[in-house]
Write a protein that binds this ligand. Structure first.
Ligand SMILES: O=C(O)c1ccccc1NCC(=O)[C@H](O)[C@H](O)COP(=O)(O)O
Length: 264
């Protein structure tokens, strides 16, 4: 069984429990939160979606003692455009309470980074204050993908559709995905290869599609490489969670959209 299959099995159990709950009270932030599309299109720089990630199946413990609220505030102060909160507990040691706490502390759009297979998880994300949800094309049938996508849009949530190859990209485009995340991490082997973004990004011709490169971004050279490939943003977890000087790490990773790799 692949790790994705194991995670989905666990999610089926969690969904059964969630269905016994009633999600009604939606958290309303004091200030309006800009949509990720607005933030991304109003900037010349490659945008960073900074992730709160304590642990992962590929790396084990990354930063178990992190205070998600303090980390999120630093992400906001140092120039992140959005914050991704890994809410899965079994495999990533996160929780929906992390997301709720971060929502109350920052004014940025928040991505609920989980393995969504049922509308009840979208209700939970919405109630906790998420603005964006993740749908992993590899984890869903086309029917599920379409239904979950439209359900999220009905709740006024943005959707990051995650793909790993050309076939998944076609599925994402078929359902009309406006924000596509190209994941450089192979979820079967855990191998990370930035060439995944370099291969898939140029296949998107519609400039209104927001392309985000996910996973394995460590250095300015990586950021420049991905910028050249044509993406608008980077989703970064481990590098930020382990940075000894977070401000400097952010500065290093800030590059212009389409900037050429040997420019400084
Ligand atoms: O990170 C993992 O090991 C992992 C394993 C199985 C499914 C998903 C996984 N990661 C989720 C992500 O997409 C990443 O957390 C995100 O792209 C940031 O990646 P990184 O910058 O490499 O931490």
């Amino acid at each position: 069984m692949t790790i994705l299959e194991k995670i989905i099995k666990q999610k089926e159990k969690e969904v059964a429990v969630l269905k016994k709950r009633n999600f009604t009270h939606i958290y309303q932030p004091k200030n309006p939160i800009m949509s990720i599309k607005q933030t991304f299109s109003s900037s010349e720089s490659l945008q960073i979606i900074a992730e709160i990630k304590r642990s992962s199946p590929s790396k084990g413990a990354i930063n178990m003692h992190i205070n998600p609220v303090e980390q999120a505030k630093k992400y906001e102060a140092f120039g992140a455009s959005a914050i991704s909160v890994l809410t899965d507990h079994t495999f990533f040691k996160g929780s929906i309470d992390d997301l709720y706490a971060v929502r109350k502390a920052v004014n940025l759009p928040i991505l609920c980074k989980d393995f969504i297979i049922d509308p009840i998880q979208i209700d939970q994300a919405k109630v906790a204050g998420a603005n964006i949800i993740l749908l992993i094309v590899a984890a869903l049938s086309t029917t599920q993908l379409k239904e979950l996508y439209h359900y999220a849009k009905k709740l006024n949530l943005d959707v990051l559709c995650e793909v790993h190859n050309g076939e998944e990209m076609q599925k994402a485009l078929t359902i009309g995905a406006e924000i596509i995340g190209i994941n450089n991490r192979n979820l079967k082997t855990f191998e990370v290869d930035l060439r995944t973004t370099e291969k898939l990004a140029p296949t998107i011709k519609d400039p209104s599609t927001l392309l985000i490169s996910e996973s394995g971004v460590k250095t300015r050279t990586d950021a420049l490489r991905l910028s050249k490939a044509g993406v608008s943003g980077l989703l970064i977890g481990e590098t930020l969670m382990q940075a000894s000087n977070l401000e400097e790490t952010f500065e290093n990773l800030k590059v212009l959209k389409g900037q050429i790799p040997n420019a400084r």
